[in-house]
Design a protein around this ligand. Structure first.
Ligand code: GMT
Length: 377
């Protein structure tokens, strides 16, 4: 099939999922056309079935905000016509589902009937999408998608609760491409660059937005390092980074924390880690936790949103209520203090991660593509 994919090309779960999905579809012989504002971060063009079409925006002094949806929907029309696209798959409802709907209407006038799938990722529903400023348009574009998927059952329920939805929402979980991990292992010798051999490595990866509660990460690590010789690796960047760095200084543990910033080596770091911290306030799925588990790293997390569908309490890690730093610290110590317990959690994390392999998830999207194409044209 000829598939058009729309996503945010920057660091962030929804863009990563869309990019990995596109690359996997291309490996299976589909022609995949990414239509985005920049080249997606994890996209590589080693496969001739992958194509990238950049959405340009014309600046004009009158515009206070640049009309990205207009530029995107115009580009979608152009790409669909030129490359005979069979369907569009848009990731993150805002504003992608709205732009796809507009493109569909414009294409109808030109004699093309093109279906589109909207995949909801989380904040497009829970934090931003349900805000009164956007709600009407988001609800409209969900209800007018040809198919809608959510990355967890929790997100599906949130969408039904927050909007008036007339469409069936299918849950298709995020996934891991284990093939890409096969060159990494937990005995990587570059570990020595991050920590001494007797130190445990604790990791957090996020975009450091308030919802990730990075200050809780610092507090939890502070409690851990009092009992266990350890280092904290903070991967990512965002609005809360400054606060996290000053808290670390205040607590006198700055020298035990490496703030890496944005990194293309997340997988390598996860393979060197002993524990992953995800104390988020809300998380529709927690792709970062799944990536940690695939690298045999147990997860200490909150029990919010879709996290319990991924991080299984007592097997892949331990879960606590949002903000319960003391409980998360105790849980971390329970796992780290005993090598046998740590190893059994590592195995548990890896075995559950395998249930989310791309081989089991990709056919669900392909089946959905075939279905909406058959129903539509
Ligand atoms: O978590 C973020 O801030 C990024 C955001 C995104 O859209 O890129 O992540 C959301 O989508 C991910 C991929 O489906 C999920 O794993 C994250 O849980 C979800 N984030 C939230 O719900 C806060």
């Amino acid at each position: 099939m000829n598939i058009g994919i729309v996503c945010y090309p920057t660091y962030g779960g929804s863009g990563v999922v869309a990019t990995e999905l596109g690359m996997a579809l291309a490996n299976k012989g589909h022609q995949v056309h990414f239509v985005t504002s920049h080249q997606p971060v994890r996209l590589n063009f080693l496969n001739p079935n992958l194509h990238f079409h950049e959405v340009f925006i014309e600046d004009y002094p009158l515009f206070h905000f640049q009309p990205y949806e207009l530029a995107l929907s115009s580009k979608l029309v152009e790409v669909v016509e030129k490359y005979n696209i069979d369907l569009l798959h848009v990731h993150y409802a805002i504003p992608h589902a709205y732009a796809a709907y507009m493109a569909k209407q414009m294409l109808k006038q030109k004699g093309f009937d093109i279906p589109f799938v909207t995949t909801l990722h989380g904040t497009d529903i829970t934090l931003v999408g349900s805000h009164p400023v956007y709600k009407t348009a988001v609800e409209f574009s969900i209800n007018n998608s040809d198919a809608v998927t959510a990355v967890s059952d929790s997100l599906r329920r949130d969408t039904m609760r927050l909007f008036d939805i007339s469409k069936k929402i299918e849950v298709i979980y995020n996934f891991i491409d284990f093939e890409k991990l096969k060159n990494w292992n937990d005995e990587d010798c570059s570990r020595i660059n991050l920590a001494k051999s007797d130190e445990k490595i604790i990791t957090h990866v996020s975009n450091f937005r308030p919802v990730k509660k990075v200050l809780d990460v610092i507090y939890i690590f502070n409690n851990i390092q009092k009992k266990i010789s350890s280092k904290l690796i903070m991967v990512g960047d965002g609005p809360e980074r400054e606060k996290a760095e000053s808290l670390a200084r205040e607590l006198g543990i700055k020298n035990k924390i490496i703030f890496m910033g944005k990194s293309d080596e997340v997988r390598e770091i996860l393979f060197m880690s002993d524990l992953f911290l995800l104390p988020s306030e809300t998380e529709s799925f927690g792709l970062a936790a799944l990536e940690a588990m695939a690298a045999k790293t147990p997860v200490i997390s909150t029990n919010t949103g879709g996290i319990p569908e991924v991080n299984i309490h007592g097997k892949t890690g331990l879960l606590s209520n949002v903000g319960d730093v003391d409980n998360m610290s105790e849980n971390a110590l329970k796992i780290l203090e005993n090598e046998e317990i740590l190893n059994s959690f590592k195995e548990g994390a890896y075995s559950v991660a395998q249930e989310f392999s791309i081989e089991s998830i990709l056919p669900k999207y392909e089946e959905m593509y075939r279905r909406i194409k058959a129903n539509c044209c």
